[in-house]
Design a protein around this ligand. Structure first.
Ligand code: GLU
Length: 474
């Protein structure tokens, strides 16, 4: 049974890159009918942000990445367990106490850099005898526990599910810390112990963790455990191929929600950052992703974060929705927006706007003219090539035509009304369609007058055209 975990450190709001990891973990588990768990890696007390767990859970919930709640853990609740395994390693001579001070380590590092050696711990405390340790402890010296890298140089190799065979020399590893002086484990120890105890079958994580993997494999070997499979995902880069940064769109996933992107869009878009479905299909529902996602089809070359593609996917998903469902999304997005508004008018306005929306914000920010009184300068009513008189004539004729009708049945019928005015009165399109559009929307740019007229309905349209006529005559 496949079991994956998303193991974020609660250091802030999860960004799109972190969430892509969660999505891959989730989709891989789902595609294999396996389990997906959430593990909060809160052992670095200095980097913790109090609200971060809330942000993490909020983000996952928004996307519908359901984790198995019974198995959710916070590593800070499990210190006893990590301590036990540290004791075991100490007893077996596979780890040792290190009393080196911060100052000494900083000096060492400086020297190494100066003499162009790779920085790392020089294993100074490896040689301490039992008596030395006892003496130092009696003196009240604090220590950390370090892992003892096997003396014999060798190689660590693993078969990465995404990158194939990866080999790293053991002699370039230094004796890394597994337990800190505050009694908290480091990431290395805690993640190995937990992945083992939680029966994680595949560790899916970002490429930046590759250098840690040999350390983990050595730990597994020392503890007599088999290691899980590893799958290191490709980097995400901007369109200019440089490392993804804020400027490319690397912000908190919830910022995307706030900007009117659908959860389904983010899932779809982020799943394609590295995963190649092997077909030309680009739009996927959550259910489709859960079925077709395949870890073997994840490539190792960097995935390009293309905001235009994200916008395109969002627009496509918006257009594919039934208006009623879209209205629900608008409500989830901005619960105040629909308050006090006529539902039938909202539906019609959405129908008009749906074809041109990229985000939900495009509706909540640009559709006010459907619902509220409008203000505009009378000058705007006159099209570039038209005149004051022709415009007034056009508006008055449309008004007359509308007054003789009972209702506006569709955008097409509204368009027919205006076309007949153009012909009968020997006017140009600019004398009619433009001023009507401005009269109805108050905007320089807006959907077509036919669509707005249909959405507003006969009465409201008549009222607004009358106002426009008054403005021109004023
Ligand atoms: N806590 C690590 C992180 O925040 C987890 C890395 C891993 O998945 O092993 O990325």
């Amino acid at each position: 049974m496949v079991k994956t975990r998303f193991a974020p450190s609660p250091t802030g709001k999860p960004h799109v890159g972190n969430i892509r990891t969660a999505i891959f973990d989730y989709l891989y588990a789902k595609s294999q009918k396996g389990q997906f768990i959430l593990r909060i890696e809160d052992t670095d007390r200095e980097r913790m942000v109090p609200e971060a767990v809330k942000y993490i859970e909020e983000s996952l919930s928004w996307l519908g990445l359901k984790w198995n709640d019974e198995e959710k853990v916070h590593q800070s609740d499990r210190l006893k367990i990590y301590n036990e395994y540290t004791e075991k390693l100490l007893k077996e001579g596979k780890a040792y106490k290190c009393f080196c001070t911060k100052e000494r380590l900083a000096e060492l590092r400086e020297e190494q850099i100066k003499s162009k050696q790779p920085p790392g711990y020089d294993a100074c405390c490896r040689k301490l005898t039992k008596e030395d340790v006892e003496k130092l402890e009696k003196e009240g010296k604090t220590s950390v526990i370090r892992f003892r890298i096997p003396e014999k140089p060798g190689e660590i190799t693993w078969n990465d599910t995404i990158r194939g065979k990866v080999t790293i020399r053991t002699d370039i590893q230094d004796d890394f810390i597994i337990l800190k002086s505050d009694g908290y484990p480091t990431y290395h120890l805690a993640s190995v112990v937990d992945d083992h105890l939680m029966d994680i079958t595949t560790v899916i994580r970002a490429e930046e963790w590759i250098p840690s993997t040999p350390k983990h494999i050595l730990l597994y070997q020392s503890l007599g455990w088999e290691h899980p499979k590893f799958a290191h995902m490709p980097h995400i880069v901007g369109k200019d191929r440089s490392k993804l940064s804020k400027r490319h769109g690397d912000t908190a996933i919830m910022d995307y929600r706030e900007n009117g992107y659908l959860a389904d869009t983010m899932l779809n878009f982020l799943a394609l950052l590295g995963w190649n479905p092997g077909t030309t299909q680009e739009i996927f529902s959550k259910e489709e992703l859960e079925k077709t996602f395949d870890l073997k089809k994840v490539g190792k070359s960097p995935a390009v974060f293309d905001i235009e593609k994200l916008n395109w996917i969002n627009g496509e998903k918006i257009r594919a929705m039934k208006v009623k469902d879209l209205m629900k999304k608008v409500e989830d997005f901005d619960s105040d927006f629909l308050k006090g508004k006529d539902t039938a008018l909202v539906e019609r306005a959405l129908t008009v706007m749906q074809t041109r929306m990229v985000t939900l914000k495009d509706f909540t920010e640009n559709s006010n003219f459907f619902f509220n009184d409008i203000k505009y300068s009378p000058k705007l009513l006159i099209f570039g090539k038209s005149t004051h008189d022709a415009t007034l004539h056009g508006l008055k004729s449309v008004l007359k035509a509308l007054e003789s009708q009972k209702t506006i049945t569709s955008g097409d019928s509204a368009s027919d009304t205006m076309k007949s005015v153009v012909e009968a009165e020997n006017l140009s399109n600019g004398d009619v369609f433009w001023p009507v559009r401005v009269a109805l929307s108050g905007q320089e740019k807006s959907p077509s007058p036919n669509e707005i007229m249909w959405a507003l309905g006969r009465e409201k349209s008549i009222e607004r055209i009358k106002t426009a006529i008054k403005l021109l005559e004023g």
